[in-house]
Design a protein around this ligand. Sequence first.
Ligand code: HEC
Length: 159
Amino acid sequence: MKKLVVALSLFILLPICHADNHNVGVSSLSPELQQLFSKEMVQLNLGMQEIMNAYISGQWGSIVPIAKKMENSYVLRQNLSKNQMHELHSKLPKGFLELDEKFHYYSGMLSHASEMKKTELIGFYFAKMGETCVSCHSIYATKKFPSFALQIKSDEHQH
Ligand code: HEC
C-alpha cells in the first residue's frame, strides 16, 4: 500500500519536476534518496573545510582519511539497497553521473598526493575537486544555489 502511494505520487509529481530541467537530477529521486543525497553534500562541504585546514597547516597525513572517505562516499554508496542503487543509475542524467565519477577520481588522486606529501599536487587536486562541485551545482543545483542560474542568464546575454 505504501509503495503504491509512493508510486502514485511519483507519477503525479514527476512531470512537474521535469518541467524544471535544471533540477531534474536529484528531484526525480525518491524522498529517502534525496535526503541521503543532501546529507552527503553537507558532509562533503565539511570535508572540504577540514582538508583546507590541514592543507594550509602542513598536516598532510590528516587529509588522507578525509579524501578516502570522499572517494568512497560518506553515505550515498554505503547505505544503499540494490533497488536504490538501480534507482540512482536509472534516474540521474548521464552528465550528472559523469561529474560524480570525476569527483570521485579527483578525491582518490588527492588522497594519493597527500600520502606522498606532495604539497603542489595536493593543491592541484583540491582545486580540481572544487571545480567538480561548481560544475555540478551550476547545472543541477540552481534551485539550491540560484546565483548559478543568474550567471547562465547573464552569459546568454553576452552572446
Ligand atoms: C555530481 C553532482 C554534484 C557534485 C559533484 C557535488 N554536488 Fe553538491 N549538490 C548537488 C546537487 C544536485 C545539490 C542540490 C540538492 C538539492 O537540491 O536538494 C547539491 C547541494 C549541495 C549542498 C547543499 C546541501 C543541502 O541540502 O543543504 C552543499 C553544501 C553541497 N552540495 C556541497 C558540495 C561540495 C562541497 C561538493 C564538492 C566537494 C559538491 N557539493 C559536489 C550536486 C553535486
